[in-house]
Design a protein around this ligand. Structure first.
Ligand SMILES: *Cc1c(COP(=O)(O)O)cnc(C)c1O
Length: 394
């Protein structure tokens, strides 16, 4: 299941021909983050969002690791993703049986998959409800579903005008539901919008007595004890994204993206570097060519020339032999250039691996430099990036 632990890769030469980009995933750090998030809401169960292949890191591995830690509520976007999670945890002693919620509703063709893999659809409209109640139940059998209600995000959720209808269905027993949920639009940004969603959610929940409630994503977990309800649904914090979580949140990096030096060269002052010749060297420069590019999810917006045009953003850089080294020129599909002039001559060798995010280069900083968020850095990791699971340190 897990590969042998690899040392923190920065600057270490890796044996063998493996020069492709890789992301090392620290299983223990993932579990520690889950426990830290759980400790913030001791009165609620803590679930895990494992959609989009576990935020790009591997849904099966993530689900198994968190299941072993005690997680029994998993959230995915699509039933196919739910099937992968079900298969991954099936072999474990899954008691009580885990609940796998499918956030994006249901279509008739998927009903068989829901039954087979024992997935719980999150119903967000009257149409969803009709498909589920007509398609999924056999006589005398009312399989359980979750309900998502609209509280101010205008994304997915049952609208106000349908609440009477839905509440009546639930009260009559025609729709069996075990969980009421809604999603916070800006738990990490706006107390005002969050407060209004919180109040609305409570009002709606009163109409569904004895149904468990879930509102908090990662940022929501840190909004206060009243946001825990019965179940939380953290995602990004488990994977090491802090966003604007408080400094004492304790969330630690989980994923370390590294790539190998393929070649080292010295270019003269005045020479151009990379596509478009966007960089003209002002000094003789030692350049390390690295085997990773935007095709692997290391976004082109991290090109070195953006540093000049966007001084308000962090300078894109990597970590090599104990130092930050800047990205030089434009990022290609398969290659990126580093200016390693400030490292001692001869220090950088082909095969050395540089860290592009991880313990030495916070993923939130890289995301900000790229004009995006940690979620997109992780889910954008391409299929060529080898996912290497390690135990890390306990
Ligand atoms: C993605 C998602 C989550 C997890 O959000 P994070 O911000 O990653 O913690 C929770 N609930 C829903 C409905 C989601 O779509």
């Amino acid at each position: 299941m897990s590969e042998a632990a690899q040392p923190a890769a920065s600057g270490l030469r890796e044996a063998g021909p493996q020069r492709m980009p890789s992301v090392e995933i620290d299983r223990s750090a993932l579990v520690r983050n889950w426990r830290r998030v759980a400790a913030r809401q001791p009165n609620a169960r803590t679930g895990a969002a494992v959609k989009c292949d576990g935020y790009g890191l591997g849904a099966a591995e993530v689900a198994r690791a968190l299941h072993e830690a005690g997680c029994r509520d998993f959230f995915v976007a699509w039933p196919e993703e739910g099937g992968i999670v079900r298969q991954a945890i099936e072999a474990l002693s899954d008691t009580p049986e885990s609940r796998i919620y499918v956030l994006q509703g249901i279509e008739p063709d998927a009903i068989e998959l829901f039954r087979q893999e024992r997935l719980i659809p999150v119903l967000s409209s009257r149409d969803d409800i009709a498909i589920w109640t007509e398609g999924a139940s056999r006589p005398g059998d009312r399989p359980i579903a979750a309900l998502q209600v609209e509280t101010g995000m205008n994304r997915l959720g049952i609208d106000d005008q349908d609440l009477d209808f839905v509440a009546a269905l639930v009260a009559s027993g025609d729709l069996k539901t075990g969980l009421l949920l809604s999603h916070l639009a800006s738990a990490d940004e706006s107390r005002e919008q969050t407060g209004s969603q919180f109040r609305r959610f409570n009002e709606i929940a009163e109409r569904f007595p004895d149904v468990e409630r879930s509102l908090a994503n990662s940022a929501g977990v840190f909004c206060g004890p009243e946001f825990g309800f019965e179940l939380t649904r953290p995602g990004i914090a488990l994977y090491g994204g802090r966003g604007s979580l408080p400094d004492d949140c304790g969330i630690e990096p989980v994923a370390t993206l590294t790539a190998a030096v393929l070649q080292i060269r010295t270019a003269k002052a005045g020479e151009a570097v990379g596509y478009g010749g966007t960089v003209r060297l002002s000094r003789p420069t030692r350049i390390a060519t690295i085997g990773m590019g935007y095709g692997d999810g290391y976004r082109r917006a991290l090109s070195g020339d953006h540093a000049a045009t966007r001084p308000d953003l962090p300078t894109p850089s990597a970590f090599l032999h104990g130092h930050r080294v800047p990205i030089l020129g434009r990022i290609s599909m398969d290659l990126v250039l580093l200016d390693v002039s400030d490292l001692p001559e001869g220090r950088v060798q082909p095969g050395d691996r540089a860290e592009f995010f991880g313990p030495n280069v916070p993923i939130d900083e890289v995301a900000r430099a790229a004009g995006t968020i940690a979620y997109e850095m992780l889910t954008g990791l391409g299929p060529r990036v080898y996912r290497r699971w390690s135990q890390g340190t306990n």
